[in-house]
Design a binder for this molecule. Structure first.
Ligand code: PRP
Length: 213
């Protein structure tokens, strides 16, 4: 049995065409079903639905043989023990710094002000501001980062930006682009040895499908 860990939403939706290229069709719609293990048309392949931040953990400890996860999640997780053969070029977005549109970020940085930064991405944010030489107090949040500058909890947020619509709707502006993000295929290293043929086949088909795009 091959177990693939995916998270619901964009990553699931954008992985489906890659699975189709490998002849794998997921037989239930995660938006309609409450099931967490989804069968496929291949009796020896199944999909497990996990939180995006849990995908690396499932693959690391062998709860899944392989998974699809954002570069942001991989960096925050540390990605120990994970084989990362492919950048799948899906679910593209970026990690950026954003502030209220009436906050003068450049001036605060020039003046050497200590910034309060709210984010789910504490490793990425810490590295970025350390490299820039900006002192920050980090506030860890688990969601709705956009609220932090609006309520006075923080001066800035570090969050994913895709269309920019969420920032705009909340009167925030993007002031720094930290890194581009896309989703990667990650594979459990022991599984790669024990289930070499079927896993290698999936990796090869995914690699070809990406090149054709
Ligand atoms: C992300 C991010 C923003 C939004 C940005 O949230 O946290 O809130 O997408 O997208 P946009 O620039 O196209 O408006 P996501 O929907 O991934 O869920 P999350 O809040 O659980 O991270």
């Amino acid at each position: 049995m091959i177990t693939l860990a995916l998270s619901k939403g964009r990553i699931f939706d954008e992985t489906l065409p890659l699975l189709a290229a490998a002849g794998i069709e997921v037989l239930e719609d995660p938006e309609k079903s409450r099931k967490l293990i989804l069968p496929t048309n291949q009796p020896d392949v199944r999909v497990v639905l996990v939180r995006a931040t849990d995908v690396p953990t499932y693959v690391q400890y062998g709860g899944a043989d392989l998974g699809v996860t954002g570069k942001d999640t991989l960096i925050e997780h540390g990605a120990q023990g994970l084989y990362q053969p492919l950048d799948l070029q899906i679910a593209k977005c970026r990690v950026s710094v954003a502030v209220r549109n009436d906050f003068d970020y450049q001036q605060a940085v020039r003046q050497g002000a200590r910034l309060r930064v709210a984010t789910k991405y504490t490793s990425i944010a810490r590295d970025f501001f350390a490299t820039k030489g900006v002192h920050v107090d980090m506030i860890k949040l688990y969601g709705s980062m956009e609220l932090a500058p609006l309520t006075g909890l923080a001066d800035a947020i570090v969050d994913l930006v895709s269309t920019g619509n969420t920032l705009k709707a909340n009167h925030l502006v993007e002031v720094e682009r930290i890194m581009d993000i896309s989703s990667h295929l990650v594979v459990n290293q022991a599984a790669l040895k024990l289930k070499q043929a079927p896993l290698k086949r999936i990796i090869d088909v995914f690699a070809q499908a990406i090149q054709q795009d």
